[in-house]
Design a protein around this ligand. Structure first.
Ligand code: 8Y7
Length: 255
């Protein structure tokens, strides 16, 4: 899964058009490099990010989705109205960092055939990195995801459509993230494909001391560890390099 951020709109329409064109070009590049899924998002869920209106979120993603109609596109959103619009515009997957937690979210995706990523997040993006606490991070994340899978199924969303994700960095400190990665395998017993998003995240900054644009090697190491832990979808910024990691891992696995 290749990540395409639709950058905040510039102050003019010209700026917005350029942002959109850049997002489309980036998506095409990642698809050519071997991404099977392109994840686009119009609302930043980064810690402390400013809120975006529903209209603005839709205005950011709709033209990009339309231009990528031939690709498998995932839309990162928490809003049911955005989910409905994205699915009507051809999205193949809804990537919800809130695990369909908003009222009406189940209904928004139920009558589509789309895939759904249910991600664990503790708290809200604005405050989630303020001293997160767990007694047992692996058990708590697993319990939450198990509950969301059951709730989605009960709401009429077939299990075959679901993907789970521990949500690295979402209400988790570096220690929590590392513990989850070390024990990732325990999440595979839920019998639902596992997605991992570790690319360029701040835990890598902690470990290596490097800024976000110098975290490629660390991201690739994490990608390999996620594969070994049973992840089958990797959400990454650097598709070409991650494909090489996958090629090496598959070759050894099949040796
Ligand atoms: C994840 C994600 C982000 C992730 C899933 C970033 C939208 C932060 N991270 N979605 N989104 N999993 N499913 O650093 O780990 O990319 S945004």
């Amino acid at each position: 899964m290749g990540v395409v951020n639709i950058t905040p709109d510039s102050f003019s329409d010209g700026g917005r058009f350029l942002d959109r064109r850049a997002a489309i070009a980036q998506a095409r590049k990642l698809a050519e490099e071997g991404a099977h899924i392109i994840d686009i998002g119009g609302e930043s869920t980064r810690p402390g990010a400013a809120p975006v209106s529903e209209e603005e979120e839709l205005a950011r993603i709709a033209p990009v989705l339309e231009a990528l109609a031939d690709l498998c596109v995932s839309v990162d959103t928490r809003r049911p109205a955005v989910m409905r619009a994205a699915l009507a515009a051809g999205a193949a997957m809804i990537n919800d960092v809130q695990a369909l937690g908003a009222p009406e979210a189940f209904e928004a995706v139920r009558d589509s055939a789309c895939a759904v990523c249910l991600m664990h997040m503790k708290g809200e993006p604005a405050t989630m990195q303020y001293e997160p606490h767990y007694d047992d991070v692996v058990a708590e994340v697993k319990g939450f995801l198990c509950g969301r899978v059951a709730a989605a199924e009960a709401a009429g969303i077939a299990r075959e459509r679901l993907v789970i994700d521990p949500g690295f960095g979402f209400g988790k400190n570096a220690g929590h993230n590392l513990t989850l990665l070390k024990h990732l395998n325990e999440l595979t017993s839920l019998g639902v494909p596992l997605l991992a998003g570790l690319s360029r995240k701040s835990t890598l900054g902690r470990l290596t001391g490097r800024p976000v644009d110098e975290r490629l090697a660390g991201s690739l190491a994490m990608a390999l560890l996620a594969l070994l832990g049973g992840a089958t979808i990797l959400r990454v910024h650097d598709v070409k390099e991650t494909r090489d990691v996958i090629a090496v891992w598959e070759a050894v696995r099949n040796a």
